[in-house]
Design a protein around this ligand. Structure first.
Ligand SMILES: Cc1ncc(COP(=O)(O)O)c(C=O)c1O
Length: 408
C-alpha cells in the first residue's frame, strides 16, 4: 500500500513589513558589480571611476524617491538601524549645548534602545511621548516636551506594527520653531507613501533597502544640506566623511534600482495593495467575531493590516497559519519565557484580552487576490479552533472575569 501525503499548501507571504522579496530587476542590476565591475569607487583608475559613476546614479535614484534637493544629502549605510543610531548620536555630538531627545513610545527598538544607551552614556534626557488608542501622537505632550534644550526629535513616519502614519511635516515645523533637529524613521514609509523632503522641514530620514524589494544590509540616511553631522564610524573619507568604510557597491546599486522601481510604480501599486488589504479586513471582520483593527483607520499605510483577535495567542495563530503555508506576524514577543504583547500594543492600550492575539498581515507589490482568498478561507477555522481550546472562551462566549491583565 502506498501512502500519499497531502500536497503542500500554496505559499502566501504576507509579512512584507518584516522584509520583502528582492525584485529580479534589482538582482540583475547588482550582479555585474560582484564580478566585472568590482573596482573600489575610491580608486583613481578606470575600474574605480566606472563603479563611482554607478554609486552616483544610485544616490540620485534615492534622492528622486525622497524628493530631496541634492544627491549629496543621501548617505549610504547598512540599513535602518545604523541610520537611526547615527542620526541620534550625531545630533547630541553636534549640538553641544543641547542635551535632550524627544521621541515616541511606539518607535522601533533601533530608536528606543539607542535613546536608552545615550541616556546612560551621554547623560541625555529623553522625553518619550505617548500615543492614543489608534497610535496617534499626543500633540500636547509633544509640544510641552520641546524646548531650547532639545537637540533632536525622532518620530517615525509610519509604525511597523499598525501602519499608523504620523503628521511628520507638521511635527518637523514644531521642532524647527525651538531650533531642534527633526529626524524621522521612515523605514516603513519609503516606497509606500509619496515623500517630498524639499517641501518639509525634516532634517534627517532613515530608510532601509530590504523593505522596498531591495537587498538586506543596505540603507540610507538623508541629511539635509547645512545640518551639522558627526560621523559615527572613523577611518576613511567615504560618503563625504559621513560614513567611513568601503562602500557596499552591489547593495548601493540594488537600493538605487529598488528606489527607482518604487518611485515609478508607487501610485498604481499602492492603490491595488490598499484594495487587497481592505478586502482582507472586510472578509475577516465579517466572518470572525470578537476582533478589531488596530491603528488609525484614517491615516494608515496602504499595505498594513493589524487585527487583534480576542481571547487567543498570536503565536498560536501564526503556527496554524504557517501550517497552511501563510506567513504573517504577531504583536507578541517571547521574552523571558512569557508571551508579552508588544510595546506598541501596550502603548495603544489594547486590552490584554486582545493584545495577545494581534496579528499583522503586510502586503507588497507581489501580493495577489489569491493570497487574500486563502487567508479568508482558513482564518475563521483557525480562530474557532483556538478559541475552543482557550480557557477563557466557552460555548462561544468569553469569560472576561477570568482575565488578569498584567498592565494598565
Ligand atoms: C520602523 C523600523 N525602523 C527600523 C528598522 C530596522 O531596519 P533594518 O532592518 O534595515 O536595520 C525596521 C525594521 O523592521 C523598522 O520597521
Amino acid at each position: 500500500m502506498t501512502t500519499q501525503s497531502a500536497p503542500a499548501p500554496r505559499p502566501v507571504y504576507l509579512d512584507n513589513n518584516a522584509t520583502t522579496r528582492v525584485d529580479e530587476r534589482v538582482v540583475a542590476a547588482m550582479l555585474p558589480f560582484f564580478t566585472e565591475q568590482f573596482g573600489n569607487p575610491s580608486s583613481m583608475h578606470a575600474f574605480g571611476a566606472h563603479v563611482g559613476g554607478a554609486v552616483k546614479q544610485a544616490r540620485e535614484q534615492v534622492q528622486a524617491l525622497l524628493g530631496a534637493a541634492h544627491d549629496h544629502e543621501i548617505v549610504f549605510t547598512s540599513g535602518g538601524t545604523e541610520s537611526d543610531n547615527a542620526a541620534l548620536a550625531s545630533a547630541l555630538e553636534a549640538n553641544s549645548g543641547r542635551t535632550e531627545i524627544v521621541t515616541s513610545i511606539v518607535e522601533h527598538p533601533a530608536i528606543l534602545a539607542k535613546c536608552e544607551h545615550l541616556e546612560k552614556t551621554r547623560g541625555a534626557k529623553v522625553h518619550v511621548i505617548p500615543v492614543d488608542k489608534q497610535g496617534r501622537l499626543d500633540l500636547d505632550a509633544y509640544r510641552k516636551a520641546l524646548s531650547d534644550k532639545t537637540a533632536i526629535v525622532s518620530i517615525m513616519w509610519a509604525n511597523n506594527e499598525t501602519g499608523t502614519i504620523n503628521p511628520v511635516a507638521e511635527l518637523a515645523e514644531m521642532a524647527k520653531d525651538v531650533g531642534a533637529l527633526f529626524h524621522t524613521d521612515a523605514v516603513q514609509a519609503v516606497g509606500k507613501v509619496p515623500i517630498d523632503l524639499k517641501s518639509t522641514a525634516i532634517d534627517m530620514l532613515s530608510l532601509s533597502g530590504h523593505k522596498l524589494h531591495g537587498p538586506k544590509g543596505i540603507g540610507a540616511l538623508y541629511i539635509r544640506r547645512g545640518v551639522r553631522f558627526k560621523s559615527q564610524s572613523k577611518g576613511g573619507h567615504q560618503e563625504r566623511g559621513r560614513r567611513a568604510g568601503t562602500e557596499n557597491v552591489p547593495g548601493i546599486v540594488g537600493l538605487g534600482c529598488a528606489a527607482e522601481l518604487a518611485r515609478t510604480t508607487l501610485g498604481a501599486d499602492m492603490a491595488r495593495i490598499a484594495a487587497l488589504r481592505d478586502r482582507l479586513e472586510k472578509g475577516l471582520l465579517q466572518r470572525i467575531g470578537s476582533c478589531f483593527i488596530t491603528g488609525d483607520p484614517m491615516s494608515r499605510l496602504p499595505n498594513t493590516c493589524n487585527i487583534a483577535f480576542e481571547y487567543i495567542e498570536g503565536e498560536a495563530i501564526l503556527l496554524l497559519l504557517n501550517r497552511e503555508g501563510i506567513a504573517a506576524s504577531s504583536g507578541s514577543a517571547c521574552t523571558s519565557g512569557s508571551l508579552e504583547p508588544s510595546h506598541v500594543m501596550r502603548a495603544l492600550g489594547v486590552p490584554y484580552t486582545a493584545a495577545h492575539g494581534a496579528t499583522r498581515f503586510s502586503f507588497s507589490r507581489d501580493s495577489t487576490d489569491a493570497d487574500v482568498d486563502q487567508v479568508i478561507a482558513v482564518m475563521p477555522g483557525i480562530i474557532a479552533r483556538l478559541r475552543e481550546l482557550s480557557p477563557f472562551w466557552s460555548n462561544g462566549a468569553a469569560d472576561t472575569q477570568s482575565f488578569q491583565p498584567t498592565y494598565a
